[in-house]
Write a protein that binds this ligand. Structure first.
Ligand code: ATP
Ligand code: MG
Length: 571
């Protein structure tokens, strides 16, 4: 492609609403443009990268035996009602009506659609297992679209669904997808971890996330260096040992704590270790009902674990307002606790607090706390094994070594769904004995456009993007330094034709721009191999360099091909 004819609107300035490197660089490199919040267009250079990521995904899905389809993005309400997710998916779902006021959504995912599609066609165990996938645009009205295409409202996803006769088959399909994802992210040259995930709205129990390691990642993963334990922060099991369960129970005592509103203040005021203070965190449901969680004072609440225990979706609850807290407890948030609550509430108690003796809690009266509170004797609630957020240095639940924390971007995930969808949506099959059985399903996603941004996050410097060869929009860029120099133009064109003829994807910078502009642009757009045709063109000499390092060498045109061949395979 000749750049004189190309559309690549690069920007010198950093766009003001872009916070992270990949977002800034994809905009600056003229690869994406924002339409409205969370909705992006891919310009020619950016779309080439998207297509290359899709190609890797497609090749590895095909190799795994999954079959490509393309289903519609428009989905009728009825199938979502049958699965119970029309309301459950919440405000993330884009809903629309047709002219007859029939209701639809723009698919945020396709479990329902695929399940309904195969329902009438699959009759017998002989037709299973089956694995279908598509690469398609998804719509989610994210609460906080941000970081460019990383958390967008319209994005490209590869989604796959497996259908098996039993648990064992489902587990095998799951492993095949796991292996395919390993191949995909390895080929994309990603530094990634596979971690246990929370299944959330998908249902099912076992799930794993593929997480590209990056400081700008929204997700935190906890992992162990001594064994293979790794989980998202939402999922990671917290081993908490700071429990004094063998102490004698003492009598409750109400104490005045003037002006004390936080755990820190209470700790200083009473000179009591924070682990002996119990923290109360309150949420309210849409119907005004209170959900209170009680956890050790030295830890943070894990909302996902609480909401799973309470059986609510995150969009159905809010952090309780001051007014609600006052109404429910008779005190402001710094003084409320689990003893003597009235009205409609649900109380969830971390199992470690339930075992602790003589803890201090809020007194449900401003400026008062209660000492020597004991679960079972002084208050009751639903005891939940673990409501805590993992912290660096926590003990690995598998081997006991200290856990490490790292940030990452979720680029893919795999779920074992079991019979959640087949039991409600009805696809079943007849087994060898002619008996109807539920189909066991799995669902598997890769964020294609999010992966593009994740690759940038792992491959850039102060001058721009450094694409790995496999996804680079073009493989080689030839820059003609001076377009007025006939030798340079002739050699540039000759190399362009030769290299293109050999099957390389080549960009020829034949624009009437200053050399400085050309070099800045080529750094920004990150083409892996660079050939500069300059003053030595008449001697058949060019300058050769790679985007990833600063080293430049003069090389004769005769040697150029060999050099490119050698570098191509390692980039
Ligand atoms: P997240 O926790 O980041 O919201 P998710 O669990 O909702 O992700 P899935 O429903 O499993 O994601 O979707 C499969 C894949 O699609 C994710 O692994 C991710 O790579 C991608 N994805 C999800 N939401 C978005 C989004 N808003 N923008 C871009 N890609 C997304
Ligand atoms: Mg999501």
């Amino acid at each position: 492609m000749k750049m004189s004819k190309f559309y690549m609107p690069t920007l010198r300035e950093v766009p003001s609403d872009a916070e992270i490197p990949s977002h800034k660089l994809l905009l600056r490199a003229g690869m994406i443009r924002k339409n409205v919040s969370g909705i992006y267009s891919y310009l020619p250079l950016g779309y080439k990268v998207v297509r290359k990521v899709e190609k890797v995904v497609r090749e590895e899905m095909d190799a795994s035996g999954s079959l490509e389809c393309l289903l519609s993005a428009v989905q009728p309400k009825e199938i979502w009602e049958e699965s119970g997710r029309w309301d459950n998916f919440g405000p993330e779902m884009f809903k629309l009506n047709d002219r007859h006021l029939r209701e639809f959504c723009l698919g945020p995912t396709h479990e329902e659609y695929f399940t309904t599609m195969i329902k009438d066609e699959i009759k017998s165990y002989k037709q299973l297992p089956l694995n279908l996938y598509q690469i398609q645009t998804k719509y989610r009205d994210e609460k906080r679209p941000r970081f460019g295409v990383i958390r967008a409202r319209e994005f490209i996803m590869k989604d796959a669904y497996s259908f098996d006769t039993d648990v064992k088959g489902m587990e095998e399909s799951y492993q095949e997808m796991w292996d395919a994802y390993d191949r995909i992210f390895t080929r994309l040259k990603m530094k990634y971890s596979v971690v246990q995930g929370d299944s959330g709205a998908m249902g099912g129990s076992i799930s794993h996330e593929f997480v590209a390691l990056s400081d700008v990642g929204e997700g935190l993963i906890a992992y162990c260096n001594d064994c293979d334990y790794a989980a998202t922060d939402e999922k990671a099991t917290v081993v908490y040992k700071n429990v004094n369960s063998d102490e004698e129970m003492l009598n409750m005592e109400k104490i005045e704590t003037p002006g004390v509103g936080t755990i820190d203040e209470l700790h200083k005021f009473l000179n009591v270790d924070k682990s002996r203070l119990a923290k109360s965190v309150m949420y309210e449901k849409e119907d005004g009902k209170i959900i209170m969680a009680i956890i050790p004072g030295d830890r943070q609440l894990n909302e996902t674990k609480l909401f799973n225990a309470a059986g609510v979706n995150d969009f159905e609850v809010e952090v309780a307002s001051d007014e609600t807290i006052l109404k429910a407890t008779g005190a402001h948030s710094g003084s409320c606790g689990p003893v003597g609550l009235v009205g409609e509430y649900e109380l969830y108690v971390d199992s470690r607090v339930a075992e602790m003796r003589n803890v201090v809690v809020g007194g449900n009266e401003d400026n008062y706390h209660i000492k020597n509170v004991n679960y079972g004797r002084d208050f009751e609630g639903v005891v939940v094994e673990d409501l805590l957020m993992v912290e660096e240095g926590d003990v690995c639940p598998k081997c006991g070594s200290p856990l490490q924390l790292e940030r990452g971007i979720e680029v893919g995930n795999i779920f074992q769904l079991g019979t959640k969808y087949s039991s409600s949506l009805g696809p079943n099959y007849l087994d060898e004995n002619g008996k109807a059985q539920d189909i066991y399903m799995g669902s598997y996603g890769v964020g294609v456009t999010r992966s593009v941004a994740a690759i940038v996050e792992q491959n850039y410097d102060e001058n721009g993007i450094i694409w790995p060869m496999i996804v680079a929009p073009y493989e080689i860029i030839i820059s003609i330094v001076n377009m007025k120099d006939e030798d340079q133009v002739a050699l540039g064109e000759k190399l362009y034709n030769e290299l293109s003829g050999l099957g390389y994807e080549v960009l020829l910078d034949d624009r009437n721009e200053r050399a400085g502009v050309k070099f800045k642009d080529r750094d920004l757009i990150g083409i892996p191999i660079r050939v500069t045709v300059g003053k030595k063109a008449a001697e058949n000499m060019v300058e050769y360099s790679l985007r990833k390092d600063a080293e430049k060498i003069d090389i004769s045109v005769d040697e150029l091909l060999e050099k490119i061949k050698d570098d191509y395979v390692v980039l």
